[in-house]
Design a binder for this molecule. Structure first.
Ligand SMILES: *Cc1c(COP(=O)(O)O)cnc(C)c1O
Length: 364
């Protein structure tokens, strides 16, 4: 095992992110039945711990599901929105599109607010759209992992509050780095394997208890938010088998984030992102989004004659995993600077990129 822990792969894909050896090791525990009180106490600590990275959670709970992030998004949308509710979904990337797909499959009454994938939303246009539609709920992705674009929760929540619209925010790639606030989003959804730097397999919904109690419209046994909430409240358990070891890893990841501090994690990611962007630009790459970008993901245009597969293979062989990402038909790839890595890893990656280009030129 120690040999495996020695090998350091640098994941630059937008999650699952690199985790520390400490988090990896936390998964190795004596066998335990998840219906034991000892495990329930662990779940309770994790649930409470996840709340601490969000502001204004005094009357809130964090409901855990076994499953990837999409599961919690589907559970929240399908449980909160009844056949009498109206929903607007902001769609400016693959994850906004996924919410639309969920709404379609669950036959929710929804309208799409479409916006450019590489440019910030026109908030005035959104305001007009919301005034016209008057939905009960507005669903959106806070940090659109497709492009790295940030949809400004502060600005959007101001519009929504005036019109008495509840916000359901997919915060998968902003949670545990950006400071989130239940005053700016009524429902916050995230997962265990991105900025929180835990192992994949858990997703969760954070909202005030009143909202969680009202989430009773699910037409699926498993994706029932209110039932999962009530069961957890009573028993400190998930209704169905939890990913036991993943819970222990997430517990360790929470302690790590508390030790580092949310603000410092933001600063670490911000520094990596800055060095990455500057490095890419100085190597002559075009980096998107040009405005409205967060500090999590960068979309990079492949240069003419540069093949993604070849680049991916070259980087992977040297310990760096990059991620494909055609956006609006453009030939791009994506770099996420999240996880248990820092700006030194980014500098090494930029060196690899430089070498790759050098070799490419030498071959020609
Ligand atoms: C990662 C991610 C998800 C969830 O994807 P899964 O593959 O189900 O974990 C949802 N929304 C956004 C914005 C994401 O970045």
């Amino acid at each position: 095992m120690n040999d495996l822990l020695m090998q350091r792969n640098i994941l630059l894909n937008p999650g699952p992110a690199c985790v520390s050896n400490r988090v990896k090791k936390a998964q190795i525990i004596p066998d335990i039945c998840p219906r034991e009180k000892e495990f329930g106490d662990m779940m309770e600590r994790v649930s409470k711990g996840l709340l601490r990275f969000v502001k204004n959670t005094k009357s809130a709970s964090c409901v855990l599901f076994g499953g990837s992030g999409t599961l919690a998004v589907e559970a929240a949308l399908s449980s909160l929105i009844s056949s009498k509710h109206k929903l607007v979904i902001i769609n400016n990337g693959a994850y906004g599109e996924r919410m639309c797909e969920i709404a379609r499959l669950h036959q929710l009454d929804f309208k799409e607010f479409k916006s450019n994938l590489l440019e910030p939303i026109d908030y005035r246009e959104l305001e007009i759209f919301l005034q016209k539609q008057r939905p009960d709920f507005l669903a959106l992705v806070h940090s659109e992992t497709t492009s790295g674009l940030i949809n400004d929760l502060k600005a959007i929540s101001k519009l929504a509050k005036l019109l008495n619209i509840k916000i359901i925010a997919d915060c998968m790639s902003s949670y545990a780095c950006y400071e989130l606030d239940l005053n700016e989003a009524d429902v916050i959804i995230a997962s265990s394997n991105k900025n929180i730097q835990g192992i994949a397999g858990i997703s969760f919904v954070i909202a005030n208890d009143e909202i969680l109690e009202s989430a009773k419209y699910a037409k699926s046994l498993y994706l029932d938010l209110a039932s999962q909430y009530k069961f957890f409240k009573q028993n400190h358990q998930m209704r169905f088998t939890p990913p036991v070891q993943t819970i222990y890893a997430l517990h360790e990841a929470i302690i790590e984030l508390e030790e580092e501090g949310l603000e410092n994690r933001y600063k670490r990611y911000e520094k990596s992102n800055q060095i990455l962007r500057e490095g890419l630009l100085s190597l002559g790459f075009d980096v998107y989004p040009k405005s409205g970008a967060g500090i999590i993901i960068s979309a990079v245009m492949l240069k003419d004659g540069m093949d993604f597969e070849a680049l991916h293979h070259y980087c992977r062989h040297r310990g760096f995993t990059i991620y494909p990402g055609k956006i609006a038909g453009l030939n791009m790839f994506r770099i996420a600077n999240i996880g248990a890595i820092d700006s030194l890893d980014i500098k090494l990656f930029l060196e690899v990129l430089r070498e790759f280009e050098y070799q490419l030129k030498a071959e020609k």
